[in-house]
Design a protein. Structure first.
Length: 312
């Protein structure tokens, strides 16, 4: 749904993000905060710190798309979140990982990087636009790369901060989901003109009749509604995951979700799935198995299966 919106109306990231935050905040205000009567288990000042990081990451990622950074290149940088999270975990939390963990993260990152680069080449080859030249364009591109790098490191730092909070105050995923989105809503006032302009553009899109219920509305609003619902399910799942797993494991799951989205977009838009894509997919699959150490669980199971009595 987001790909449809971005293709039809480039720069619509603010209205998409605002809609997601508004929906999650409204749902949390009713069912989690009990209309503001329930006190948070984690001190509110910690949520303000987390929200500042989250808002910074969201804004910088959206701004990068306006700084001569293409969507494929944007996805390539996001695929490096695993390495960034592991590096900050080693530096800040003084963590140490096994050789299997290092190898698995390297394989997953290499696999996603390979698939994304191949997709980026396809987009570039299919594009009819001429590449602009000049020092000014190159400067904005470099600024975009710097913005993506900063957002990548800030996102990893936010994950580690969440992990530390949950160890100190306990697991409160629904509460964190609400406050992380509700406290951010005033920040969207900075982008009110952009949000309003895209709301007008969305209203002018072609009409679409929603199946089953028969409601007719502009198709971009339908895409936005579907994106809000699916993102709510994803974001809530991620916040629950943060209370049960380490920051690195959460980052692995989120990265794999993005990888599946990339593969889906390749097939949905009928792009060529090359041998390099298969190599990348294999790297991701093997790296994930190595990280979860699935064979450690399969070993005892296979041993019991081999020792089971044979039927005469």
């Amino acid at each position: 749904f987001l790909l449809h919106a971005c293709r039809s109306f480039p720069g619509c990231g603010n209205i998409v993000t605002f809609s997601q935050f508004l929906f999650i905040a409204a749902e949390g205000f009713i069912f989690e905060a009990n209309f503001g009567r329930k006190r948070p288990a984690i001190p509110i000042r910690n949520y303000f710190i987390m929200v500042a990081m989250f808002f910074t990451v969201s804004v910088v990622n959206n701004c990068a798309l306006d700084l001569q950074i293409s969507m494929p290149l944007h996805m390539i940088f996001r695929s490096g979140s695993l390495i960034a999270n592991m590096a900050l975990g080693i530096i800040i939390l003084k963590k140490r990982y096994s050789v299997y963990k290092y190898t698995s993260i390297a394989l997953v990152s290499l696999g996603i990087f390979t698939c994304t680069v191949m997709s980026a080449k396809q987009v570039a080859s299919d594009s009819s636009l001429n590449e602009e030249e000049g020092l000014q364009v190159f400067f904005w591109w470099l600024l975009g790369i710097a913005a993506l790098t900063f957002a990548l490191l800030m996102s990893a730092r936010m994950g580690i901060f969440q992990e530390t909070l949950y160890k100190q105050f306990g697991k409160h995923s629904k509460e964190a989901l609400f406050y992380n989105h509700a406290l951010l809503l005033p920040g969207f006032l900075l982008f009110a003109p952009n949000i309003y302009n895209h709301a007008v553009l969305f209203s002018q899109s072609e009409l679409f009749q929603v199946p089953v219920i028969g409601l007719t509305l502009p198709i971009m609003w339908f895409y936005l509604l579907m994106n809000v619902i699916t993102q709510y399910v994803c974001v809530r799942g991620v916040f629950i995951l943060t209370t049960e797993c380490t920051s690195l494991t959460v980052t692995l799951v989120v990265t794999l979700r993005k990888f599946v989205s990339l593969i889906f977009s390749i097939f949905y838009f009928r792009n060529t799935f090359t041998a390099w894509h298969w190599f990348g997919t294999a790297f991701v699959f093997v790296g994930t198995l190595m990280y979860t150490e699935v064979w450690n669980s399969l070993g005892p199971f296979l041993a019991r299966w081999r020792k089971r009595p044979k039927k005469e």
